[in-house]
Ligand binder design. Structure first.
Ligand code: FES
Ligand code: FES
Length: 156
């Protein structure tokens, strides 16, 4: 079947097997490798993207379900040649170890901070509860969220 969807502002079209997930479509058909494939069971958040503005695990969504809809991935977050402030905060806070979970965390943090510029610690933990870091660097990740939230509030 043919899937036609708008990804990071550009229409894309590809022939896929009907059971293809949005995650595999993004990675293998479109070469968008920032969206990571870790558990493929909706457990880890590494594959997080936006579908029509809603945060989803792309491993749990069929590519066909994205037909004629809007997908935004980690690649659509930053401008070419410049990291997004959340990505900069992750680097500066030392929140990136192997980095495998990082795109999913950054997408989840962006989703949170687009809705709530000054989230409480409990709100941050709840918002990130679907993301797993196998390197277990959670304290630094929470530091990065605080740093990013402060910078985005102050517009720096
Ligand atoms: S790869 Fe989708 S939630 Fe883990
Ligand atoms: S930095 Fe390695 S899984 Fe999170």
């Amino acid at each position: 079947m043919v899937v036609r969807t708008r990804v990071n502002g550009e229409w894309q079209e590809a022939e896929v097997w009907p059971g293809t997930s949005l995650l595999i479509f993004l990675r293998e058909q479109l070469g968008l490798y920032g969206t990571k494939n870790a558990c493929e069971q909706g457990e880890c958040g590494s594959c997080s993207v936006w579908l029509d503005g809603a945060l989803v695990c792309s491993c749990l969504v069929l590519a066909a379900q994205a037909y004629d809809r809007e997908v935004r991935t980690i690649e659509g977050l930053s401008n070419p040649g410049r990291l997004h402030p959340i990505q900069e905060a992750f680097v500066e806070a030392g929140a990136v170890q192997c980095g495998f979970c990082t795109p999913g965390f950054v997408v989840a943090v962006a989703d949170l901070l687009e809705k709530d510029q000054n989230p409480s610690p409990a709100t941050v933990r709840e918002a990130l509860s679907g993301n797993i870091c196998r390197c277990t660097g959670y304290a630094k990740i929470l530091d990065a969220v605080n740093l990013a939230a402060t910078r985005l509030r102050e517009g720096t």
